[in-house]
Design a protein around this ligand. Sequence first.
Ligand SMILES: [Zn+2]
Ligand SMILES: [Zn+2]
Length: 427
Amino acid sequence: MMLFAAHAHVCLDLDSVVIEDPVSWFFPQLSYLYKIVHMCYRCRMRWCPTSVLHLLRSARLRLCTRRGRNRLPLWIREIWAYMRLLVQSLYFNSLTDSDVVFDSVFEPVFWTVDYVTRWFGTVFVFLVVILTSSIVGIAYMVLLPLVLYTYSPQWIAWHICYGNWIIVMIAFHYYKATKTSPGSPPTEKNDAPFVSVCKKCIMPKPSRTHHCGICNRCILKMDHHCPWLNNCVGHFNHRYFFSYCLFMTLGCFYCTISGRNLFLDAYNAHEHFKHLDTEKPGVPVTGDLGLLVGLLPSGQTNRQTPAPVYSLKDKMVNKSIIYMWVLTSTVGLALGALTIWHTVLISRGETSIERHLNSKERKRMAKEGKIYRNPFDYGRLNNLKIFLGVEKRSHWLTRVLLPSGHAPCGDGLTWDKFPVKKDLIPV
Ligand SMILES: [Zn+2]
Ligand SMILES: [Zn+2]
């Protein structure tokens, strides 16, 4: 308190101090500092950093006041200060950093991309339904009759059972993946722990939650936004998305492998008749017509075997088989790679977003000589079981190989209640 009183005294009385020194004649500001030093000496103040700081601060304030006294009228300076405050209040944010500035500058670009993706989501879903339905239609109208006519009863039973099972699994999981909400953090007050605050929603974000710009909300355990589902893939529909990818891949490979010989026959037939079609016009010099125009020698007739008839139905069947094989083999390869990648991620206990975050964190800690451990990794097989909801042996059949609407483990808000002990999932 004494020290503070001394500072206040110095601040108030500096102007009243009269010191005769030649410097003050030429450099008034130096004279002011000289006064401060003199006062300190006279008051026998200790040269602690705090006292120096207070003295310098008071000197700076007084100097600024003196310097600005003769510049502009007070009312102009007040208006100017008010305007500055007004402008700064428009963009000031205590959380402002390079990320916020980057987001603000590119906001129009992000908005356009999000808007277009949102709009195209409906188109993509329509495309998936149309393309899948067309393949199913071809399988029923073209492949099934061929199978019934040519295959043995055992193979007929296998194709009918496997084909229909795949169709049911694909339709069920696609419908559930598009219609199930991935889950969002609760908007009302709750006791769930959170790790950060979403800058867009201005809401607490639980662990593994991320904001989706296309859905314009935070998503629990967000994996990615899928335009083919027109929905985010998150905590509550991640399994449906994965199962859809898996069974669609199996269905595509089934069509590709079982339809391979049909495709080769259809392709060869199509190429053969296309070749004949191009030769048909402009070759009328056979048979009697050749004799009439004198192109063939007398007594020689050219009675060729008539070309097989390539009806419109044959043409459509061959084109359908070619279309089905090309589409299913292409989608099978692309979706197969995606399914394998997601299987690897799930077995590591990571989402697609966490893959990048964990990789960054792993590198950062490796530089410090530490090893990063994913807190959501319970072991490869356990991760898959937790993800698929397999708690006992029969669940592999009822929850994985048959359509099942069971809820995922946990509520998506907390992640410390999982069966970490291996004996809790002995399957
Ligand atoms: Zn958010
Ligand atoms: Zn989304």
